[in-house]
Design a protein around this ligand. Structure first.
Ligand code: HPA
Length: 276
């Protein structure tokens, strides 16, 4: 019921615009929404049921319009579980975007690099994840990322779409850079890692660590959406050196990485519009 109510409000505010692709723009990436043509901008606070994030760098608007020739709905900022949102509430916008008609979801976030070959400002494509939000021993249903989906065991497989990933790699090369792939580990946050945690996560097989994305991706997969996700590396963990990660550095590096990620996402949308 609430999804229908939210969608009704959205459709009224955008003259019935029908998006095909959803975008979730994370820390510092909200500017991508400024490239959307003929944009309808709807503040989250005016949509029934939408969570409103308090985190710096998250504007909190739903923006509908054309990007790379494709009708899109973009989330300028997201709600995080560490703010205290129930996973079902934090992922509610994904349900709404699916109900509005999207068949694919492109997600972005900022993360800490664990793979020593990564550097700050690099864009990495997420090709798998470790759900450490959900598997870290918490049985608090309120904060459990799994609560975003139905409460029965179900198959996830790899939620990231192989075909879209291959296409993204080809398009990145055309833009003049090689897109690395990596495994993203999601923690509940809000604290950045200790050196011992960075070391432990490296042993677990993570290439980068962040505090978002996994709940949205799991729900999107369950709803049958094709998923593509990118992470901007904003700091690289050096477990043997005492470095403090600051949110302002995270925002600075993600602004800088937009030079690569914005044209890449435009090209991806362009190629999606050609193949429809
Ligand atoms: N850890 C967790 N989340 C992050 C980091 C980090 O080092 N950098 C940006 N988001």
């Amino acid at each position: 019921m609430v999804v229908e109510e939210a969608c009704q409000t959205i459709l009224q505010r955008c003259d019935g615009f029908k998006p095909q692709v959803g975008l979730i723009l994370g820390s510092g990436l909200g500017n991508l929404a400024d490239h959307i043509d003929r944009a309808y901008r709807i503040p989250y606070g005016t949509i029934p049921g939408f969570p409103v994030s308090q985190v710096a760098g998250h504007a909190g608007n739903l923006v509908l319009g054309y990007l790379g020739g494709t009708p899109v709905v973009a989330m300028q900022g997201r709600a995080h579980l560490y703010e205290g949102w129930h996973a079902a509430k934090a992922t509610f916008p994904v349900r709404c975007m699916q109900s509005l008609g999207i068949d694919s979801l492109i997600v972005s976030n900022a993360s800490g690099g664990i793979n020593p070959r990564f550097h700050s400002g690099q864009v990495v494509m997420i090709d798998d994840h470790i759900d450490w939000m959900n598997r870290c021993g918490s049985n608090e249903k309120e904060i459990n990322a799994g609560a975003a989906s139905i409460g029965l065991p179900h198959r996830t497989g790899n939620p990231y779409d192989a075909e879209l990933m291959e296409s993204a790699e080809r398009l990145a090369l055309k833009l003049g850079f090689m897109l690395s792939r990596g495994t993203y580990l999601a923690t509940l946050g809000p604290n950045y890692e200790t050196r011992a945690e960075y070391r432990a996560f490296a042993k677990m097989g993570a290439d980068m660590v962040g505090m978002s994305t996994v709940p949205e991706v799991l729900l999107a997969k369950q709803l049958g959406l094709r998923v593509l996700a990118f992470s901007i590396i904003t700091n690289v963990a050096k477990p043997d050196v005492q470095i403090v990660t600051e949110h302002s550095d995270v925002l600075d590096w993600s602004y800088k990485a937009q030079n690569q990620l914005v044209p890449l996402i435009m090209r991806i949308l362009n190629s999606m519009s050609e193949t429809r």
